[in-house]
Design a protein around this ligand. Sequence first.
Ligand SMILES: [Zn+2]
Length: 274
Amino acid sequence: MATIVDLGFQFVERNSAGQIVRRFPASGLPTRGGTSRIIIHHTGGTGNAASVHEYHQNGRRWMGIGYNFMIERNGRIVQGRGWNAVGSHSLNQNNESVGIALQGCFHTPGSTMPTPTEEQLRSLVALLNVAFTRWPAMRNSMNNHGGHRDMPGHATNNCPGNRFHSQVRHLLNCGRDFANVVFALNTLRSRGVINDPNYWRDSFHQLEHLNTLIIRFGNTPVANTQVRNFTNARDAINHLANRRIIDSPAYWLSNFHRVRFLDSFFIQFANRIH
Ligand SMILES: [Zn+2]
């Protein structure tokens, strides 16, 4: 689901005088000792992946782009150092982490790219799913992962920005749950509860706890014949709470308007629960 684009970035090695003595592709980079963390960044600027690579290589005089992956404004995922190489994005954690940066500055007032785009968020969840699939043990240590400022020794760093940081935990959970959500959505379609799994796959990151709700709905048996007749979301939510399928009707009542079709999702589902 996550399409990763390799732009063929060339990395460099310099001699002690700073002159470039060798150019090589990402596959030639030193590999990490292990992988225990996923670290989320904003780039802090407006440049695309190619310009960040250029800046890190010639401005900062690193080997090349420091992030393992970068997600541009249109959601394109560009390979930086790739899955297994040591990055240069979070001092003291580079040898154990995958660094993923979103193009934009989500911190500084007046930024022309002040928040991530929907496309970036969707791509991030899909990319996180790939990471958790590669290293399943990381699903059990969610506190290891976070935004750059959550890392030990980086508390004073503003990355990934005040306007994005509060979403990072939720997105990490979505990435961890992605495969389960997709499975649950396919189950719900086969039972006639939803029509379009792709819509929900692209939307579940929009609301905290929606991933948990989808998984729970997908794991709840529904009646295939008898259909009730709830017509509004409030009644449907209360019915599901009475059946102990959801815990907090107040939460959903105050949030269901934030995701299109969530009200009809509740009604469709509740109609099949007796
Ligand atoms: Zn950062």
